[in-house]
Design a protein around this ligand. Structure first.
Ligand SMILES: Cc1cc2nc3c(=O)[nH]c(=O)nc-3n(C[C@H](O)[C@H](O)[C@H](O)COP(=O)(O)OP(=O)(O)OC[C@H]3O[C@@H](n4cnc5c(N)ncnc54)[C@H](O)[C@@H]3O)c2cc1C
Length: 370
């Protein structure tokens, strides 16, 4: 017999799993589907103390979940000046941030979803078709195809998923990132952020002793350019003169053997023009996607999913939902982010002729926020 779910979540990243856990605890019959197995390396590891607190307060995972990750006591920031400023988190009222092992974190959340009663399907491709008030679902994995039905769909497929139905993406910026990860034996110091002439560089160490360094820049500088090769990228970091953080971290890295691996991709920041329709809505990065400079991605994904779960579970008309507040609030948060982002990029005045900085400090944009 074909099983019917109250709600199906597509994408088991932080937003999808959080939503599934919260809805299952409210008594809904939920299915969570991901096309991957959550074992690949994933970038995006800085979890603010406030979000760690939110996860604990809502008991999203067992109490000891955070011991698998690295506590961050301080952060080096070389933005607008070459000498890094140390930001100390010891007095943060929410507690210390974490440098996450991202794929492990996601598996922890999925395990919690399963424990909460969610039907989890990993390594599964999904296709959906609307039939009057329900969706017909086909689930395909290496064992074959199975079918299900659901009353409501939430798309949590992240920044790289394609547009859903008639929703478009309104872009704020389009950049690219390239980075390497490498085993590290030694103490590499706290995470760091430093502005350079062609963008900015972030570096951190995660458990178990892995160094991650990546550059955010313009795609036209990166693609087809020599720095997108492993050796060249490491020597590019070694040549950076603005500060010494990235250089001091990369100088010990040799590119012999396969221990250093490169990663990268497009980096867009956008809001979806329509985030809900009849029987569906978007959440997490699919709804609004931030520049990683803001460190808002994980916190917004988790907060947003908890709020959406509350709206869905308290609705008396489910699956016919009025999500106008959800759409309005999403837009409000995004506008605030756009303003802050512009102000932060505009503070960096050291390279007035750099394309990277000029593109992010346009007079029109600055006038618009005044
Ligand atoms: C370079 C970089 C650095 C970042 N650094 C940080 C940081 O330090 N701190 C921070 O807070 N945020 C950071 N972010 C942002 C953060 O990673 C995202 O905001 C967060 O992952 C969003 O969670 P999500 O669940 O919405 O999407 P994702 O984490 O992208 O998860 C989406 C999931 O959906 C699955 N999926 C996609 N399509 C389908 C489909 N058709 N069917 C089934 N499954 C599907 C994918 O396999 C994936 O598992 C960074 C992002 C980038 C790119």
């Amino acid at each position: 017999m074909t099983e019917t779910f109250d709600l199906t979540v597509i994408g088991a990243g932080p937003s999808g799993s959080t939503l599934a856990i919260a809805l299952a605890r409210h008594g809904l019959n939920v299915m969570l589907v991901d096309k991957g197995d959550l074992r690949c390396f994933k970038v995006g590891e800085f979890l603010p103390g406030k979000t760690r607190h939110t996860i604990n307060r809502h008991r999203l995972m067992p109490v000891d979940w955070s011991t698998a990750h690295t506590e961050v006591y301080e952060f080096l920031n070389a933005w607008t000046q070459p000498t890094p400023i140390v930001r100390d988190f010891i007095y943060d009222p929410f507690g210390l941030p974490l440098a996450l092992d991202r794929s492990f974190f996601e598996r922890q959340l999925v395990e919690a979803a399963s424990y909460a009663g969610v039907t989890v399907k990993l390594s599964t491709r999904i296709s959906v078709e609307k039939r009057s008030s329900t969706w017909n679902i086909a689930l395909k994995n290496k064992f074959g195809t199975s079918f299900a039905k659901t009353h409501f769909l939430v798309f949590c497929g992240g920044r790289n998923s394609s547009n859903r139905f008639d929703s478009q993406r309104s872009l704020t910026d389009k950049m690219a990132f390239i980075g390497f990860r490498s085993p590290c034996e030694e103490e590499h110091g706290p995470p760091s952020l430093e502005a350079i002439e062609s963008g900015w560089v972030y570096s951190t160490v995660i458990k178990p002793n892995e160094l991650i360094v990546y550059l955010v820049t313009d795609g036209d500088l990166l693609f087809g350019n020599e720095i997108s090769r492993k050796h060249n990228f490491v020597s590019f970091l070694n040549r950076i003169e603005s500060t010494t953080i990235a250089a001091s971290r990369s100088e010990k890295i040799t590119c012999n053997g396969n221990s250093v691996s490169l990663f990268g991709g497009a980096l867009t920041s956008f809001i979806s023009t329509k985030i809900n329709g009849s029987g569906w809505c978007l959440a997490g990065d699919e709804a609004k996607c931030f520049d990683p400079l803001s460190s808002m991605g994980l916190s917004e994904s988790i907060d947003n999913s908890l709020w959406l779960a509350h709206l869905i579970s308290t609705s008396k008309t489910f699956p016919n939902l009025n999500l106008k507040n959800y759409q309005d609030k999403t837009l409000e948060i995004y506008k605030e982010y756009e303003t802050n982002r512009l102000l932060i990029y505009s503070q960096e005045k050291r390279w007035p002729n750099s394309f990277f900085w000029k593109r992010r400090q346009t007079t029109e944009a600055l006038t618009a926020i005044k």
